[in-house]
Design a protein around this ligand. Structure first.
Ligand SMILES: CC(C)(COP(=O)(O)OP(=O)(O)OC[C@H]1O[C@@H](n2cnc3c(N)ncnc32)[C@H](O)[C@@H]1OP(=O)(O)O)[C@@H](O)C(=O)NCCC(=O)NCCS
Length: 172
């Protein structure tokens, strides 16, 4: 029976071990132990029979937006429902914080469309562009699909996005 719970510091090494093989092949961004420790309060873990078999994180930008990141399930437990339970736990967390839009960036949109996410233009999610994309070598060749669940924040309209995107290109 797979259950989810909030992560705490003693889980960090196990979370790191789950992410590592996926980051080595470019499926997930690499995370160091110190980064994971700093952000452990963002994480939820999935357990089966007391063993951690998966993890996922919710990064809060504000009530207007949060991002689901670093969803991973160990290969042996794929298909067990752990991935869905992790996403559901993170959506509950977002709801608890009264977040109105949850976004994510993925190469497997079908997995997330099962859970109510729809594709969205990435320019409409500038918080993500400022936080991560401007530092990414794949900024202009990104193969990840932006998805959202909820109402896309309106505080950055298309006019502002038109200003932001050329700025991002200059920084790159
Ligand atoms: C993606 C991942 C987290 C899914 O975990 P999982 O425990 O196997 O998923 P679940 O068993 O909860 O599957 C839930 C549903 O999604 C479907 N699904 C699972 N993986 C899928 C995929 N790669 N693409 C499309 N649908 C998928 C399942 O068939 C299931 O559908 P159902 O509800 O109709 O039965 C896991 O495969 C993984 O860790 N992948 C590598 C890391 C990764 O790609 N993370 C996502 C980065 S954005």
């Amino acid at each position: 029976m797979v259950r989810t719970r909030k992560a705490f510091l003693p889980d960090v090494e196990r979370i790191h071990a789950i992410i590592q093989p996926y980051s080595e092949v470019g499926t997930l961004l690499p995370r160091t132990l110190s980064e994971l420790s700093e952000n452990v309060r963002d994480f939820v873990v999935a357990e089966d029979d007391g063993q951690i078999i998966g993890c996922g994180a919710l990064h809060l930008y504000g009530m207007h937006l949060a991002e689901i990141r670093t969803i991973a399930v160990v290969p042996a437990a794929k298909g067990s429902g752990a991935g869905r339970k992790l996403v559901e736990a993170l959506l509950d967390e977002a709801e608890h914080h009264r977040v109105t839009c949850v976004c994510l960036f993925t190469r497997i949109p079908d997995f997330f469309s099962h859970m109510g996410f729809a594709t969205a233009p990435r320019e409409e999610l500038p918080d993500k562009i400022y936080k991560d994309c401007v530092h990414c070598p794949n900024l202009h060749a990104c193969d990840e699909i932006a998805m959202v669940r909820g109402t896309i924040p309106q505080n950055m309209g298309p006019r502002d996005a038109q200003i932001l995107i050329p700025l991002v290109r200059l920084e790159a």
